[in-house]
Design a protein around this ligand. Sequence first.
Ligand code: GLU
Length: 433
Amino acid sequence: MTIKAKSATNGAPVHAPKSQADSALVTALTQFDRAARILELDEGDAATLRTCQRELTVNFPVKMRDGKVRNFTGFRVHHNTSRGPTKGGIRYAPHVSLDEVRALAMWMTWKCAVVNIPYGGAKGGVLVDPKQHNLHELEGITRRYTTEISVLLSPDGDIPAPDMGTNAQTMAWIMDTYSMHRGHSVPAIVTGKPLNIGGSAGRHEATGRGVMFTVREAFRSMGWTFEGARVAVQGFGNVGSITAITAHEMGAKVIAVSDIDGGLHNSRGINMPRLRQWHKEHGTIKGFDGGDWITNAELFGLKTDVLIPAAMENQLTSQTAPTVRARMVAEGANGPTTPEGDAILNDKGIIVIPDILCNAGGVVVSYFEWVQSLQQLFWEEDDINSRLEKIMIRSYHDVKDRADSLKIDLRTGAQVLGIGRVAEASRTRGLYP
Ligand code: GLU
């Protein structure tokens, strides 16, 4: 079989352009170093925690619908296992890089520690644009990738979940592939799987709901009125869309949303049930007549109470942060704010609810799903939601108290809390051998 050189990486570079891919890791490490200094971590311990424990790169062939073979590159990274098995999503995107996956795995470790669930952090990714492939090809890519990284996966060792470009169907294929190799069903190998094969009620909505539980609690603790608060959401994928719908259902006023094509603005409040219906039918918010069309850059500059970046990394930067006029930024995405952007927002007195707290609802309900899968016992959605709300509220106050007592911002407070818990677990376990 001949494999053409140009298909070797599915047409995409193995590592994404430096400007974007490297900066997620730079952001994660800058945040880590600041927290490590405050915690006065020993140099050796800090060096351990700022490095990923295991990193696997896989290159694998998949037969496409037209009979041709294409080669793909993927990664699975375990950042730290001190507090338990590693947990974290798998993303499919044309420019995933090892550095990006490292950063995201590290954030998963701190995130799980901040909400105090017994996991370490992991992340995976495949350099592929899912929009360029039909379901048959995506299934082939997923099954082969799963097989290639299976040395790292197990229900008590490393449990993947959806992330950008993947969904419940992807998780079903991963679960089936892993189960076929074992000769029996292993539902606890993934979370975010469909309900009919052991998924959890409320998992699909969990990240967006968690974002709004946290924002509402932050409003309460600041003495601000949540009812009628203006909310702008960047991103209309799983996280952004559910965040916007939940904000509306909780009584806030969603004045702007956006997706990759651009944004929609209505200062009187967008009719979210109608927009949701439109999006269901058309797969985009574009063309909806309930507001004015704006750019993503204009969305950032809107005068609003809460701005929620829920798309991807590196959105609030030295260029965009100066335009922000919100009272609060709530990070639905992972790593949406660069260190320069962060400093600008802080100088402007804007409260930033950091990603590792704000978007942790997804992994919290993943934890519930994993527990249910291991026990083969299922909980009602009401029960899931009230447990989620309790954890988000408790975690917000844990972070706020830490930040207040150290006189630092919420991001550094969350990092100090999460990293401190991981360092403590690692000290308690001791060093092997
Ligand atoms: N990908 C999600 C995150 O970034 C969820 C991870 C999980 O549920 O394991 O938090």
